[in-house]
Design a protein around this ligand. Structure first.
Ligand code: AMP
Ligand code: ZN
Length: 486
């Protein structure tokens, strides 16, 4: 924590030195997925960016309580409290329970996070698990006079709130400006003002996910869950709140208004927003139909792709861009990332084979300092990666006998690569894991054949079936047993 870390704060629109409220503890809240469909590659970019931030803060010695929620109710199709709940709609179409939809896509989300080596958050609370807290928050906002009830639904009164507070503070927009840029209240006459948003929504009879409340049988508005859950797990004021930049104008603006209305405090000191993954310059989004899934990329099964790319290549591709810049997806960019990633990992693999000299022609301390400088400058991963390529060049030159390094500097170099490639960037050498696979499998096949020879069929079947379950088929031939990946 000796480092001076600077973070770009959306709220103040400048880079500020990071000062934790209660160092070494840091509270970080990131808006998680709405689990009504698979997370697409754009969503993954946002979670990789926050994983980088989580990893770096942890590397610096902070004890981060990282809360990333699961939205499993309340997120409507429209952005102005219109349309159906996304999860209920999907459940009706598939003739499933909403919780079956939630379970399916939560499990899928976790699988993708694991494949991309994104660390799990410290707490992953769900909206449906915090209905009581959300109802309590609505009651408080009503008591403070910033909300009103109409026919069983409760709305936040933006104009009243803005009379004494700054509703558009997160994006530096004033109310007139926001009002002029919002469409009229077509079909939502219950609301007093165009910018008012629902805190509690009375459920129509056919609505599947609903709970009793003092106002009606209904469900919470989407923005409410993050206010209630961040308050519960991180307190009224905590350090970092994040999400994709598309969440800033509405979701986060409304979250801030809810928290300030309830307790008078801005919930987080630093608001961090990640920029979008684009395809041909257009935001990747499910509704635009230009999104694709991480597994399509890992398997190459999408007509837009020239070939498959491994999860670590995808992660490396994302980290090669600054989290605040847009990043455009293309086959060419992916191929370049694949080459770069292999180059970096190849030299990483040579580290233990380097021979030291009594003298040194390289000095690793300044390189290590430059890596920290890059990350301290608002988590600048592309600059960090450029420095790691310099480390890679040094490793290759020492390996080729073109450069001398002494023990002290070699130890520093090993530490640097461990710190930044593995711990901070979260990259893994997939090749090494794959290289070991045939040996591991032939060992298991031998065990199975021994069991079979000693007529322990229960064990031999268990091994065969177990391998089948994880995707490996055994085939007995005259020459012996072969395995294939299914
Ligand atoms: P959603 O499940 O749609 O609520 O999105 C989950 C997260 O992914 C949010 O933080 C969004 O801001 C983010 N997100 C959505 N589309 C993209 C994109 N194309 N690139 C980066 N992040 C995105
Ligand atoms: Zn949120």
């Amino acid at each position: 924590m000796k480092q001076n870390l600077f973070v770009y704060n959306t709220l103040t629109r400048k880079k500020e030195e990071f000062k934790a409220l209660d160092a070494p503890h840091v509270g970080m809240y990131v808006c998680g997925p709405t689990v009504y469909s698979d997370a697409h590659l754009g969503n993954c970019r946002t979670y990789i960016s926050f994983d980088l931030i989580f990893r770096y803060l942890t590397h610096l010695g902070y004890k981060v309580r990282y809360v990333r929620n699961i939205t499993d109710a309340g997120h409507l199709e429209g952005d102005a409290d219109e349309g159906e709940d996304k999860i209920s709609k999907k459940a009706k179409l598939a003739k499933l329970e909403p919780m079956e939809i939630v379970q399916k896509y939560t499990v899928g989300f976790h699988d993708v996070m694991r494949a991309l080596n994104i660390l799990p958050p410290s707490i992953e609370p769900t909206a449906t698990g915090h209905i009581i807290e959300q109802i309590e928050l609505v009651k408080t906002i009503l008591e403070k006079g910033y909300a009103y009830e109409v026919d069983g639904s409760v709305y936040f009164d933006v104009e009243k709130y803005n009379a004494s507070h700054d509703y558009g503070m997160l994006n530096g927009r004033n109310l007139d400006d926001l009002l002029n840029n919002t469409r009229s209240l077509g079909g939502q006459e219950d609301k007093k003002g165009k910018l008012d948003f629902a805190l509690w929504i009375k459920a129509k009879p056919e609505h599947l996910m609903k709970w009793p409340s003092p106002w009606s049988i209904g469900f919470p508005g989407w923005h409410l869950e993050c206010s209630a859950m961040s308050d519960k797990y991180l307190g009224e004021q905590f350090d970092i709140h994040g999400g994709g930049i598309d969440l800033a104008p509405t979701h986060h603006t409304n979250e801030i208004a809810q928290n300030i209305a309830a307790c008078g405090k801005i919930p987080a000191n630093y608001w961090i927003h990640t920029n979008m993954l684009t395809v041909n310059g257009q935001k990747m989004s499910k509704s635009l139909g230009n999104s694709f899934l991480p597994y399509e990329l890992f398997t190459g099964k999408n007509s837009i792709l020239n070939k498959a790319y491994s999860p670590m290549t995808v992660r490396f591709f994302m980290l090669q861009a600054n989290y605040r810049s847009t990043l455009d997806f293309s086959n060419d960019a992916m191929e370049a990332s694949e080459k770069g990633f292999k180059r970096l990992m190849n030299s990483f693999g040579l580290l233990n084979e380097l021979k030291t000299s009594l003298t040194t022609e390289v000095e690793i301390k300044s390189l290590s300092n430059r890596c920290y400088e890059a990350m301290n400058d608002d988590f600048n991963s592309p600059v960090l990666i450029a420095e790691l390529f310099e480390a890679s060049r040094i490793i290759n030159s020492v390996y080729d006998g073109k450069l001398k390094i002494d023990t002290e500097n070699l130890d520093r170099l090993k530490q640097l690569m461990q710190n930044f490639v593995v711990d901070v960037l979260g990259l893994k050498d997939e090749q090494a894991a794959n290289d070991d696979l045939p040996q591991v499998l032939s060992f298991i096949v031998d065990l199975r054949n021994e069991a079979k020879e000693s007529k322990d069929y229960a064990t031999s079947d268990k091994i065969r079936n177990g391998l089948q379950k994880i995707g490996f088929q055994l085939k007995d031939t005259k020459e012996g047993t072969n395995w294939t990946k299914i």
